[in-house]
Design a protein around this ligand. Structure first.
Ligand code: E4P
Length: 217
């Protein structure tokens, strides 16, 4: 499963991408607002840090506006993926942009039938929001399983990008459910390394090693 970082914070993106384990980035209007930067500048810098897909979201709500914004965003760098909301206008714009060869990430997906429509509209990525479904007392991971089944039934190549990820368990469960990618906050990425038994085991190994008085080199 590919790992994307859900952030518009370039310091955080430089740090996480230095691991070589980050495959892409997603942003949204809230993350751009939090960065305090102009959309164009933020996306251009992020694309210079990350080779993989970088999602930049249009904010127009009508088809023509989405197309204009989508083409503007796609021109910023060759790895920009235009993010569009799962609305009727969003799917119509998705169909047009995808036909022009612009990759589209359809966002704010909360049902398998929405995901079916996004695939039919030619989306490169579908972003089901796991955490927000869980927050609402529903089962976010069940949605990933449903979309996987629907896409596999019909051979859709739209990639399932598990989004609104809150925990390391979300990452594990999305991988088990067959999500193609997960976009995760930097703090969840850092937590993926951690296990209390790793820390304890390493401490014990190093203590025993010190008692030998040896050095390897
Ligand atoms: C995905 O592309 C979104 O930017 C993101 O995952 C939303 O997460 P949130 O529900 O934590 O805001």
């Amino acid at each position: 499963m590919e790992i994307f970082i859900d952030s518009a914070d370039v310091a955080e993106l430089r740090q996480t991408s230095a691991t070589g384990l980050v495959d892409g980035v997603t942003t949204n209007p809230s993350l751009i607002a939090k960065s305090g930067r102009k959309m164009r500048d933020a996306i251009a810098e992020i694309c210079s840090i990350i080779d993989g897909p970088v999602s930049a979201e249009a904010v127009a709500t009508d088809v023509e506006g989405m197309l204009a914004e989508g083409r503007f965003l796609a021109a910023i760098a060759s790895n920009v993926v235009v993010k569009l909301p799962l609305t009727e206008a969003g799917l119509m714009a998705c169909r047009t942009l995808s036909g022009e060869g612009v990759p589209v990430n359809v966002t704010l997906c909360f049902s398998a039938v929405q995901a079916l429509l996004a695939a039919k509209a030619g989306a490169t990525f579908i972003s089901p929001f796991i955490g927000r479904l869980d927050d609402a007392g529903l089962d976010g991971m069940e949605l990933i399983r449903e979309i996987r089944a629907v896409y596999d039934n019909y051979g859709f190549t739209t990639r399932i990008l598990a989004a609104s990820v809150r925990t390391t368990n979300h990452v594990k469960d999305a991988a088990i459910a067959g999500a193609d990618c997960a976009t995760i906050p930097a703090k969840v990425f850092q937590a993926l390394y951690k296990h209390v038994l790793t820390d304890q085991g390493l401490e014990a190994f190093l203590k025993d090693w010190r008692s030998t008085g040896q050095s390897i080199l």
